[in-house]
Write a protein that binds this ligand. Structure first.
Ligand SMILES: Cc1cc2nc3c(=O)[nH]c(=O)nc-3n(C[C@H](O)[C@H](O)[C@H](O)COP(=O)(O)OP(=O)(O)OC[C@H]3O[C@@H](n4cnc5c(N)ncnc54)[C@H](O)[C@@H]3O)c2cc1C
Length: 420
């Protein structure tokens, strides 16, 4: 019998902030740690829009999972898709590898896009949730500019127009970044295109952008978007999408060959098959230590969990810092339990709510109500997000790219690499 066989097995599903955080905290535990993800990389979702708009390269947003756990001697990694989880049999099945049984399970499978049944969205919209999503959007935008360069009638048909759906951080950040790519780089690359033939419209079904922020931050955001020529339409919902048109619920039709979907998320669809009572947005309710009351050997962390904040009694938002801290807590707690110690309740350390709109424009709202805007807020945003990046090498790369873009106003990633 090998040493691994005598140790309890902790199976970690998902290599996002939550799963990686859990696996890293188990490094000193007397446990065999197995992490499975359908990709061989960890995706840094907060920077996807920077990849989609040529500010960062693929390796600035995706990081090899094997590299991240290289120095964790008790961890192994498999690239495989989870197909089923049997909580009673304590076994998980996969599409590509044999089933794996566990003593402890960390469920960190994240969330996925929710099109709310919008006609044509699944086929034609560009969601912003995965690394392939961001690369696909970037390639599509660049391809439309090349197509309009060859045939200027396409620009009149809306080839360069972009509609971004969703007035939350994903929508606002993407709209601001696309506008800077358009006005700062592509307008110079393609001198014959008129500004009016390359419009960016941000639509939000509710009455305002950024409902989670104070009114003065919302006003600042609207102005920063307007300065970047983004047209904001609130109280506006999308009814259907086709490859070249976006139809609004009002009946208006917008000429646009690109619709970016940043409007909705739901917990990973797999959770529906667990036989658990789910909360709003397909999320799994957890106990104070993040385990399932019915299955104390199962910890649910990150976007797929509905975690009630011990301080505010509110369900925590789906954020990178919540995912990382909850994953780390699960890893630490499992380590404690294996060592015969008690589980401790999870306490979230809130670093503030923040979003960036463009170069030198960002908003930050701290837990106590203090706010920041502009460059100061962007530095705070950068600091918090650099801390979330998995390695020092990634931090260094991001800083070089951000400083480069801030000083030269150039986005280096505006090339397309076709597969042969
Ligand atoms: C565009 C965007 C911008 C964001 N900006 C910010 C921000 O500025 N600040 C912030 O704090 N948060 C931000 N967030 C939220 C933050 O990124 C998420 O809360 C965080 O990534 C959740 O981490 P997670 O580990 O729970 O899930 P994920 O990061 O989604 O990881 C889940 C993992 O599970 C894997 N997986 C899923 N299904 C399967 C399967 N069937 N089989 C195998 N593997 C599977 C996936 O490949 C993935 O690696 C943003 C999110 C998006 C989409």
């Amino acid at each position: 019998m090998t040493a691994a066989e005598t140790r309890p097995r902790v199976l970690v599903l998902g290599g996002g902030f939550a799963g990686v955080g859990a696996a890293q905290k188990l490094t000193d535990a007397h446990a065999e740690v197995v992490l499975v993800d359908r990709h061989d990389y960890h995706t840094f979702q907060p920077l996807l829009y920077q990849l989609a708009t040529g500010l960062l390269e693929t390796t600035g947003v995706g990081h090899s999972l094997r590299d991240l756990l290289e120095h964790h001697g008790n961890a192994t990694i498999h690239k495989a898709s989870v197909t089923g989880i049997d909580l009673d049999a304590r076994t998980v099945t996969f599409a590509e590898i044999a089933p794996i049984s566990y003593d402890y399970l960390v469920l960190g499978l994240g969330a996925e896009v929710n099109f709310f049944g919008t006609e044509g969205a699944a086929e034609h919209a560009f969601p912003m949730y995965t690394l392939p999503n961001a690369v696909r959007l970037k390639d599509h935008l660049l391809e439309r500019w090349e197509a309009a360069d060859r045939d200027p009638r396409l620009a009149e048909d809306g080839a360069l127009n972009v509609v971004v759906v969703g007035g939350g951080p994903t929508g606002v950040e993407t709209a601001g970044a696309v506008a800077e790519l358009y006005r700062g780089d592509l307008a110079k690359d393609y001198r014959d295109v008129r500004e009016d033939d390359a419009r960016i419209t941000l639509v939000e079904a509710g009455p305002e952008l950024f409902p989670m922020f104070k009114p003065k931050l919302r006003d600042y955001t609207e102005k920063a978007l307007a300065d970047r020529t983004v047209e904001v339409r609130t109280d506006t919902a999308v009814a259907s999408v086709s490859p070249t048109r976006v139809t609004l619920k009002s009946g208006d039709e917008l000429k646009a060959h690109t619709l970016v979907w940043g409007a909705g998320l739901q917990g990973n669809d797999l959770v529906r098959s667990l036989g658990l009572e789910l909360q709003r947005g397909n999320r799994i309710g957890v106990g104070p230590d993040l385990s399932l009351p019915e299955h104390p050997e199962v910890y649910v962390v990150g976007d797929v969990a509905a975690i009630v904040d011990a301080k505010t009694r509110q369900v925590l938002p789906q954020l990178g810092s919540v995912a990382l801290q909850s994953g780390e807590h699960a890893g630490e707690t499992i380590g404690r339990r294996i060592a015969g110690k008690d589980a401790k309740p999870f306490k979230y350390r809130d670093k503030g709510t923040m979003a960036t709109i463009g170069r030198g424009a960002a908003v930050v709202q701290m837990l106590g109500g203090k706010t920041m805007t502009g460059l100061k807020a962007q530095v705070a945003w950068g600091t918090v997000h650099l801390a979330l990046l998995p390695t020092n090498e990634d931090r260094a790369k991001a800083v070089v790219d951000w400083v480069g873009a801030a000083t030269t106003h150039e986005r280096v990633g505006r090339i397309t690499v076709e597969s042969e």
